[in-house]
Design a protein around this ligand. Structure first.
Ligand code: RNT
Ligand code: ZN
Length: 430
């Protein structure tokens, strides 16, 4: 017998009942569950537009993304234009509890078929995105696009030896900061404009130093214009390696840590951009000991920077716990960064965002005083034992109740609208 879906008519009453019981249980552990969901409600996650169309954007090229980025899968119904992408995002947002943001790439400008090169784009290309976000009371974040372009074909952009190519990308970056500032001014919440470049080398370079000097100069030139931080905040994102940049990445972790520290920008930590045995959860308190703010690109690398859909893994919970235990959430901008074309793309957003929110809820519900106490006493046996026992607390009951309160689907009830959209909308796109 298949049980009725959790969206059955009497489910709401059951959710209320389970919530009350769960609250009692948490209270026994010294945790105020109502307060935990209140805190969760203040968290905004930036949904990356590029999950909806396999990082293609609207510039009309055949689909070669470049930059070492790889999207695999051929699920039907990729968004082909901005209206479709917004419709898919709206569906995803309606299935995710809380109030969130959307993160755009420069390649998603709308110029109605008119070709405007990257160094010449402006906020006018995003007028409809801005109106859309304003209508939903939502913030936007932004990214210059340093790939999928003939001038990035060498695998070098801001660090390219040719000054004309560097100039082009510097101008692109400048244009993007202004667009970010326009987002922030129009929407009343600062836009985080994140710079990631693909620059690097497949094989062993002789000169690792000069490209980094060029990158530093290019970044300084790109950022020369003073922009109100209430409108736009710059972030820089490094990585360990990419496809085609296995031996050398110009913008490495150390490079950007130094850059962010010396220039006062945000540092972006992408969870897929480290050696698989490294954990981003351990890096947060380290970098935030020196930097005011950071950006997180929450992703899931399997064996490499594979950008799988985020799920509720131990790594993700560890990040959430660090953010909550250290009271760091006010200084950390949360963005998602994954792309999977092998499953329903809207479902990917819903699963990934809900997973991140669940991780945060778990962290808000942690019996942290008990654990801190054990640690302070040097009782690491009790610390380990309590940590294990806490994994069995009824997070799901609190989660479902929060979804209900937020008017978002509880349990698996989000899947049916996604399936309907698949049948009614996506099927007609192919
Ligand atoms: C690439 C970076 C970067 C991109 C997006 C599309 O390794 O993670 O953030 O994924 O800009
Ligand atoms: Zn990233």
């Amino acid at each position: 017998m298949v049980p009725p879906p959790p969206s059955a008519p009497n489910a709401d009453a059951a959710i209320e009942r389970r919530y009350r019981l769960a609250c009692e249980q948490y209270a026994e552990w010294g945790v105020d569950a109502a307060r935990a969901v209140e805190r969760l409600g203040t968290v905004a996650v930036s949904l990356h537009c590029w999950q909806g169309d396999d990082v293609r954007g609207f510039e009309g090229h055949a689909g070669e993304i470049g930059g070492g980025l790889a999207v695999t899968g051929a699920f039907p119904g990729r968004a082909r234009n901005a209206d479709e992408l917004r419709a898919d995002l709206e569906l995803a947002l309606s299935l995710i509890p809380g109030r969130h943001r959307v993160n755009l790439h420069a390649s998603y400008a709308e110029y109605g078929g008119r070709r405007v090169d990257r160094d010449a784009i402006g906020a006018e290309g995003f007028a409809r995105w801005i109106d859309w976000a304003a209508g939903r009371g939502m913030g936007l974040d932004f990214n210059p696009t340093f790939f999928a372009h003939p001038r990035a074909a060498d695998g070098l952009t801001l660090s390219h030896p040719d000054p004309a190519i560097r100039r082009f990308w510097i101008d692109h970056g400048r244009a993007c900061r202004r667009i970010g500032a326009a987002f922030g001014a129009a929407l009343g919440t600062p836009c985080v404009t994140n710079i990631w470049i693909p620059d690097g080398m497949k094989d062993t370079p002789i000169d690792r130093k000069t490209p980094r000097e060029r990158l530093r100069e290019s970044l300084d030139a790109l950022r020369a214009e003073a922009i109100d931080p209430r409108a736009n905040l710059d972030a820089v994102e490094g990585k360990l390696f990419g496809i085609g940049s296995e031996s050398y990445v110009v913008g490495s972790q150390e490079f950007y840590l130094g850059y962010a520290l010396s220039r006062g920008t945000l540092l972006c930590l992408d969870t897929g951009h480290y050696h698989p045995t490294e954990t981003v959860s351990d890096k947060l308190s380290a970098v935030l000991g020196y930097l005011d703010r950071i950006l997180l690109h929450v992703s899931r690398g399997i064996r490499w920077d594979s950008d799988h859909v985020v799920t509720l893994t131990d790594d993700l919970v560890a990040i959430a716990q660090e953010l909550v235990r250290g009271d760091l959430l006010g200084r950390v901008h949360l963005g998602l960064d994954f792309f999977d074309a092998s499953i329903n793309r809207t479902a990917a957003w819903v699963v990934g965002t809900r997973a991140l929110l669940k991780a945060l809820l778990t962290a808000f519900l942690e019996p942290v005083s008990l654990l801190r106490d054990a640690e302070a006493r040097g009782d690491f046996t009790a610390r380990l034992a309590w940590l294990e026992e806490a994994k069995g607390l009824p997070h799901g009951a609190i989660w479902d109740h929060w979804c209900l309160r937020q008017g978002a689907p509880t349990g698996m009830a989000w899947l049916e609208p996604v399936r309907r959209h698949e049948r009614d909308v996506l099927a007609a796109r192919s």
